[in-house]
Each structure stands twice: as C-alpha cells, then as structure tokens.
Design a protein around this ligand. Structure first.
Ligand code: GDP
Ligand code: MG
Length: 233
C-alpha cells in the first residue's frame, strides 16, 4: 500500500498536464514517501493521452486510464477511486493550480481528522493569482448553496486540493453517481452524512488559464446535482 494516491482527472489538458505530472512526480520522489499518480482521462479531443504516455516513460509511478464515454470530472474521480489504494487518497487538477508542496504540507495537518481540504477563501489563504471575477462570484454563489442545500459548513468546497483517508473513500465511493463539477461538494456531503470529520485549511493557490469549466453548462448541472443529492436516500 502506497502512502499517497494522487488522482488527476484530465480533459483536454495537453497544454497543462505535462508540467504538473513532472513536478508532482519529482516532488513526491524527494519526500521519500511511496506514491502513485493516476490520471483519469475521458473523451479528450487533443493530445492529452500522448502527453501522459510520453511523461510516463520517465516516471513509472504515473498510471492512466482512459474512458471513451463522457464521464466528466466527477465520473473520472469515481473511477479513479476504484483503482487506487493509498493510505491517503488525494486528488488535484491537471492545471497545477495546487503545487505538490502545498498538497504535501496540507497532508501533514490531517492529524486525527478523516480528511483535509484546501481552501481559497479563508483569512490565511494565499492566492497568487485570482480567478476571473465572474468565476469568483459563481464560487461564492455555489458556496452559499452548499450551505443551504447540503448543510455543509465549508468556505470552499471546490478547491483543487483534497486529501482523504483510505477508509473514507472506501465507505462512500459506491454511493456517489455525480459526474460533473459538483462532485467535490457531494463527496463532502456524503462524508458528513457518514459521520466523517473533514477539516478545512487555508492554502496557497494560483489560478491557471484555459479552464475546462464551461459556466453555462456547469452551473445548472451543479445546482441540480446538489438538489438531487440532498433528497436522495
Ligand atoms: N476526466 C475528466 N476530467 C475533467 C473533465 N472536466 C474537467 N476535468 C478535469 O478536472 C480538473 C478541474 O478542471 P479545471 O479546468 O482546472 O477547472 P477550474 O480549476 O475550476 O477552472 C482538471 O484537471 C480538468 O482536466 C472531464 O469531463 N473528464
Ligand atoms: Mg483548475
């Protein structure tokens, strides 16, 4: 069993994923901890797969799976959870918005919690580059919904730095069927329902260009997903 499983969902990431994979691999090699990186791709219309295969030649710790169907970020994470078995199961974005050192430092603060998540919206969060205004507004709006609809008490459910203990993912992974960007909030909702204690901690984060999120599609889908999750037994 490796110490860290790092899942990276990837959709049309040919421009952003190479540096992320290399920096994560090099950084975690230097920690001396055992780790695996799993890239979960689906339906990419660019050369992401080729880029991942090329990087893997030098970094055998990197594995990948490629699904043909449009399983979305959420679907990719759910599939990823089935394939990893680290002590700590983590996921992050292919764009490198969260540096490996940030994820690693976050993991050290887990203490006796069941998981720990990075937050861009706490007093001590350090944002090197902000998201565009419209995204920040959407982020705040969605956060209010996670409080009202899901009863969550986090400032930022959507940050690309998440770390959970193996048993947490084991016990909830089959209960989730959300395929879109609401997956982050839904995971936290299920964890809460199952009595797990997940801590939120400020992190250093940097917005990256070329987001894969299309707001017009994502916002209604995310809204519906959290409503559905709330009323699902
Ligand atoms: N496998 C898979 N990954 C996705 C999909 N949509 C987004 N992602 C990945 O989810 C992560 C978050 O997306 P990103 O564009 O960074 O969103 P943002 O940070 O919210 O602007 C990135 O690693 C994307 O490649 C998808 O449909 N399938
Ligand atoms: Mg991102």
């Amino acid at each position: 069993m490796v110490e860290f499983s790092i899942i990276i969902p990837a959709y049309n990431e040919e421009k952003r994923i190479k540096d992320t994979l290399i920096s994560y691999s090099n950084f975690f090699r230097n920690t001396g901890k055992t780790f695996e990186i799993l890239v979960v791709l689906n339906g990419c219309r660019d050369k992401t797969l080729q880029v991942v295969m090329e990087v893997k030649k030098d970094y055998p710790e990197i594995n990948f799976v490629n699904f043909e169907s449009p399983i979305g970020k959420g679907g990719a994470l759910i599939e990823g959870f089935k394939l990893v078995n680290g002590n700590l199961i983590t996921y992050t974005d292919a764009d490198g918005a969260t540096l490996p050192e940030t994820l690693y430092e976050l993991s050290k603060k887990i203490s006796d919690y069941d998981g720990i998540i990075g937050s861009r919206w706490m007093k001590d969060s350090k944002i090197l580059k902000k998201q565009p205004l419209i995204r920040r507004i959407a982020s705040r709006g969605f956060n209010v919904l996670t409080k009202i609809i899901l009863g969550l008490d986090y400032k930022d459910t959507q940050c690309s730095a998440k770390i959970f203990r193996n048993y947490v993912i084991e016990s909830i992974k089959d209960k989730i069927d959300v395929t879109n960007f609401a997956i982050d909030a839904i995971l936290l909702f299920q964890m809460k329902r199952n009595g797990f204690n997940i801590r939120e901690e400020p992190i250093t984060w940097e917005d990256k260009e070329l987001s894969t999120l299309k707001m017009r599609k994502a916002i209604p889908n995310m809204f519906l997903a959290i409503i559905k999750a709330r009323f699902k037994r």
